[in-house]
Design a protein around this ligand. Sequence first.
Ligand SMILES: C[S@@+](CC[C@H](N)C(=O)[O-])C[C@H]1O[C@@H](n2cnc3c(N)ncnc32)[C@H](O)[C@@H]1O
Length: 244
Amino acid sequence: MVNEILQFKNGNPVSSPEERIDLLPKTIWKNNKKCVALDIGCNAGNLTQSLHVFLKNNVSEDCSLLGVDIDPILIRRANEANTSDNVYFQCLDFMDQNNRETIIKNYLLLNNTDIFSVVFCFSTTMWIHLNNGDMGLKTFLKEAALISDMLIIEPQPWKCYKAAVKRLKKVFRFPLFSELKIRENVEDEIEKFLIDECNMVKIAVTNRTKWDRKIIFFEKLLVTSTLSAILCKKINFEVADSDS
Ligand SMILES: C[S@@+](CC[C@H](N)C(=O)[O-])C[C@H]1O[C@@H](n2cnc3c(N)ncnc32)[C@H](O)[C@@H]1O
């Protein structure tokens, strides 16, 4: 299992949950009555649990969080260690459309909402990208943006890709690696794609961390719905005008 080889069995080896939590701004959150959140690539759930405490303290006391990961061993470990009533863990390859739709739809339904208040994706985009190519990364970003009111991403920079591929070359091959067109500027490309193609707006970014990542905060742009409401009104007016 790649996670075993990379020593990701207990989260990210380069930083602790507390170090990430300390970087989260306190002022950007919407004051929802209830907060429903998703953590994609939750690993063994350590960071997920800390995110839940953060959301409860800073967004809403009423907060449910679903952590998903492709690795069933990690999800078992996350479930065994889980003591919170409102944190759930489920095994899911986020790129598997059928399972994703079922699991996400059921969880949202259970929480009486059609969108997550916030979706986290810490240090996971590189694995999605390496395993699914440029198109896979774009599909991932589109799908994550679609289900989130707020999207928080910590992408790995290109040098992590080179290090991972080199480190794993004897045991694991990434056949799509050499074909990737999104490379050196992958963090900028992710940001640009979310803004240009996924209807998101960047609201904050952290400084580069000591583990050489930045956390980027996006919010769903509501202009489209406002614009379509205006257009609808205009069309209605025109129909009314031509009727009279
Ligand atoms: C580097 S770890 C990050 C763990 C945690 N988010 C953190 O930052 O501490 C990346 C995680 O993404 C998971 N992952 C990779 N591809 C995935 C996919 N397609 N769907 C869900 N999880 C995935 C891996 O199993 C791994 O646990």
